[in-house]
Design a protein around this ligand. Structure first.
Ligand code: DGL
Length: 270
């Protein structure tokens, strides 16, 4: 048995890298639905159907626990899947609650009433679907008071990364940051609310300026997964081989993953 990590494409590899480093004894099966990426321009029903099919694939591959390492899928599908009821013994978790907990200075699962926090002006960068869902603002409102969030839907960035076009991805990040700064000239913090964006973190930080604290998810998710598995050790199970699965073109996806992660990654067709 292994823990499943799912993303629409390559972005979840940023989460996989961090969780594999934090939990070296755990095996992971990664599934990227690159044939259907980007999810961020699809409507909520479409994202839900694709996410459910992908998670079922990972459950069938032997993972009892699947992490949605995709904010767009977490926003559109997580609550709906959990409310519809999961198969016996299967679990699914999302990625943005650990991020919101870090921003709102909370420990894992602290459900106390919302309170004032240090971050007052927060820039949110996410896919058009995640921004439209307002899921970040909703989760933040449960935990923090008086935080002004300005959201920028970063159209095109996921496509450029999936196509391996670093130059276009950089240009798009700079123009989305400039658009955000026109609406909120002095953010104190920025959230990279898409798991693809840490692949461009240096560009985000440069464009925002050194004074802006950039929150990205990978390490925060790794900590909260370690905490969760310590409380649910049965979900790890016996050793299996870690694998990388894709619905896309195996050669192209492997090459682009290798380019961004700077280590050889071989995907298998799924
Ligand atoms: N990595 C996904 C996320 O975190 C990207 C979604 C997409 O495919 O547009 O939102």
């Amino acid at each position: 048995m292994a823990v499943g990590i799912f993303d629409s494409g390559l972005g979840g590899l940023t989460v996989l890298d961090a969780v594999a480093k934090r939990l070296p004894e755990v095996d992971f099966i990664y599934y990227g639905d690159s044939a259907n990426a980007p999810y961020g321009v699809r409507d909520a029903d479409d994202v839900f159907d694709l996410t459910k099919a992908a998670v079922t694939k990972l459950w069938d591959a032997g993972c009892d626990l699947v992490i949605l390492a995709c904010n767009t899928a977490s926003a559109a599908a997580l609550r709906r899947m959990q409310e519809a009821g999961l198969p016996e013994g299967k679990r699914v978790l999302g990625v943005f609650v650990p991020l919101i907990e870090a921003l709102s200075e909370r420990d894992w699962g602290d459900n106390s009433p919302p309170r004032e926090v240090a971050a007052k002006h927060v820039a949110l960068f996410a896919t058009p679907a995640s921004v439209a869902s307002r899921a970040f603002q909703r989760e933040l409102a449960f935990r923090a008071i008086g935080v002004d969030v300005e959201a920028q839907a970063c159209g095109g960035v996921v496509d450029a990364i999936e196509d391996g076009d670093l130059i276009l991805a950089e240009a798009l990040v700079r123009s989305h940051v400039a658009a955000l700064l026109r609406k909120m000239p002095n953010p104190g913090a920025a959230i990279l609310g898409c798991t693809h964006y840490p692949l461009m973190e240096t560009t985000f930080q440069e464009a925002l300026g050194a004074g802006v604290k950039v929150f990205s998810q990978a390490d925060l998710v790794a900590e909260s997964l370690a905490d969760y598995l310590a409380r649910h050790p049965k979900l790890v199970g016996p050793k299996v081989e870690s694998r990388f699965l894709t619905s896309g073109d195996v050669r192209q996806v492997s090459d682009h993953a290798t380019q961004f992660l700077r280590r050889r990654i071989e995907f298998e067709a799924a």
